[in-house]
Design a protein around this ligand. Structure first.
Ligand code: G4P
Length: 526
């Protein structure tokens, strides 16, 4: 393998959580360990706070922050780690789902008090679709959380994944004493604001009186009991089961106190996957191939009117990406080169000469890219598994200024390329329907159409509940269905037929009445 050394030192992952579980705090601690930042508080949360939902300038400010922290690259113990940030706000969930296509594994943060929350569930669904390896960090152990056994059971049941504790907590809340590392057989005692390099005490034999001395007799006895039970149930972690997305190692800790975080990071670097091989429309592409290939998973527009460029985020999947070399844009059948590709090392944007599998490169874009685009050294294939999800809110796009029709069409086309929303054209009447996962996106679209394209629009709410992509082996049946259901059907931007259901009841009825038609809730972009 030509680039074996580079590939083997790279780990590309994302931290995911329900808002407020501690993603930002954990990110910051990782960066501190990696030396990418020097002080706590340097990482700004990219959360869009509730009060900001109708404040465009606030969205703009927040988006500015989120692009700066979109990818954070740092070194830790000879490893080069690419941490991809995911928006916390649920209206941007689709952005998060797509970012998950660009990583090789995830760390899931669960709040020990709240347990599994709504977004945890949805994010894990996406991870399971792709068999993404997951490590769970149970955070806020310094608070009176749920019983540790109940919590594990809840996570296993609700997220349909088997867990494997790697550390075990001693109490929680104000009685939280620390964690016992089941792998290293060492004890880490909790003191608030533990320094990064605090040492743990090795306790090979749990019967050692040292344990009683350190934790008190009562807690020592409880720990012995717990560990016996856990060892009996779980045994050694099977790393392959983790890498195949079947078992998730679990750590307990407190991100804000930097407690249990190093254990997590050390294990992650030890067992976390290096850049994985990837499926394409033609064949599996191995990370170790000599020839470069990669795909665009995110596009970010610069909202500053003085800098109209967009940034396309390219995940390198195989080979070596080089500055100023011509690559093949498969969808456009066009060769392109990039004179200023940049990396995200230490949060400053540096122009780079080359990049390797696992890396994310920022490319200045003048409208050539859309999400899911593949770049190669000439071969024609598309990376697959970059889906669009069925939107949840549908509105008709109404042009308020007939003189600006062209601008509106260009604007909406570019914004949907960026993945801000999905565009459907209704068959009966050619209505333009915008589908989003959250209300906030409609405000963003309206604002950006006006600011960037000079096009005024408004939205009319439509009574749809879900959009399903339709396929059938019997083309005639599909065509008939689309004709009968004109008011409820249309096509997406790529010309794929969709059914727009008014309600769950209608959807189920149509599914039942049309056994020859398949209804899909996600669409692969290619
Ligand atoms: P998020 O990115 O997942 O949304 O969560 P974030 O890290 O912003 O953390 C959410 C809140 O939880 C923050 O408090 C943070 O300080 C707190 N937190 C994180 N880790 C721990 C922990 O281990 N223990 C406890 N007790 N709290 C923790 P906040 O008051 O909402 O924000 P801030 O004003 O402190 O920034």
């Amino acid at each position: 393998m030509k680039y074996e050394k580079e590939i083997n030192r790279r780990k590309t992952f994302a931290i995911i959580s329900h808002p407020d579980a501690g993603k930002t705090t954990l990110t910051e601690k990782f960066l501190l360990f990696g030396g990418a930042i020097q002080t706590a508080g340097a990482v700004k949360s990219n959360k869009i706070k509730k009060h900001a939902t109708s404040d465009f300038m606030e969205i703009e400010r927040q988006r500015g922050i989120s692009v700066a922290t979109s990818v954070m690259t740092f070194e830790y113990k000879h490893f080069l780690i690419n941490l991809l940030d995911t928006p916390g706000h649920k209206d941007f969930a689709e952005d998060t789902y797509r970012t998950l296509t660009a990583v090789d594994s995830v760390v899931l943060v669960v709040d020990s008090v709240n347990g599994v929350e709504e977004q945890t569930r949805r994010l894990m669904e996406v991870c399971r679709m792709r068999d993404t390896p997951v490590i769970v960090f149970i955070n806020k152990m310094d608070r009176d959380g749920k019983n540790r056994f109940d919590l594990l059971e809840e996570i296993e049941k609700e997220l349909s994944i088997s867990l494997h504790p790697m550390t075990w907590p001693i109490n929680s809340g104000k009685d939280f004493k620390g964690v016992y590392n089941l792998h290293d057989k060492s004890l880490l005692l909790f003191t608030a604001n533990t320094k990064a390099d605090d040492d743990s005490i090795v306790i090979e034999d749990l019967n050692s009186p040292l344990l009683d001395e350190k934790t008190g007799e009562k807690d020592a006895a409880l720990l012995r009991e717990d560990v016996e039970l856990i060892d009996g149930v779980y045994g050694e972690l099977n790393v392959n089961d983790y890498l195949n997305g079947k078992v998730a190692p679990v750590f307990f800790g407190s991100a804000i106190n930097n407690f249990g975080v190093k254990e997590l990071l050390d294990t992650f670097t030890r067992i976390g996957p290096t850049p994985r091989d990837r499926e394409t429309s033609k064949r599996e592409v191995a990370a170790g191939e000599d020839k470069f290939s990669g795909f665009i998973f995110k596009i970010h527009a610069n909202l500053d009117p003085k800098h109209r460029d967009r940034i396309a985020f390219l995940r390198v999947c195989a080979g070596k990406f080089e500055r100023n070399k011509y690559y093949h844009h498969v969808r456009l059948d066009k060769d392109m080169r990039f004179s200023n590709p940049y990396s995200f090392m230490a949060r400053s944007k540096d122009v780079i000469e080359d990049a390797f599998p696992g890396d994310v490169v920022g490319l200045f874009d003048t409208g050539n890219f859309k999400i899911g685009d593949t770049m190669t050294e000439g071969e024609d294939f598309f990376f697959t598994g970059i889906p669009s999800f069925s939107p949840e809110i549908f509105k008709e796009l109404v042009n308020k200024d007939p003189m600006k029709t062209k601008q509106l069409e260009k604007g909406i086309s570019q914004l949907t390329d960026e993945g801000v929303a999905q565009l459907f054209t209704q068959f009966g009447g050619n209505k333009k329907i915008i589908g989003c996962v959250g209300e906030l996106q409609f405000e963003v679209i309206q604002y950006r159409l006006l600011q960037e394209y000079g096009a005024a629009c408004e939205f009319r709410t439509l009574p749809f509940y879900k959009a399903c992509w339709l396929t059938s082996k019997d083309q005639k049946k599909l065509e008939d269905f689309l004709r009968y259901k004109q008011q409820n059907s249309g096509e997406d931007k790529d010309g794929h037929p969709v059914y727009l259901a008014q309600s769950e009841w209608f959807l189920n009825t149509e599914i039942q009445n049309n056994p020859d038609i398949e209804f899909h809730f996600t669409s692969e972009i290619h």
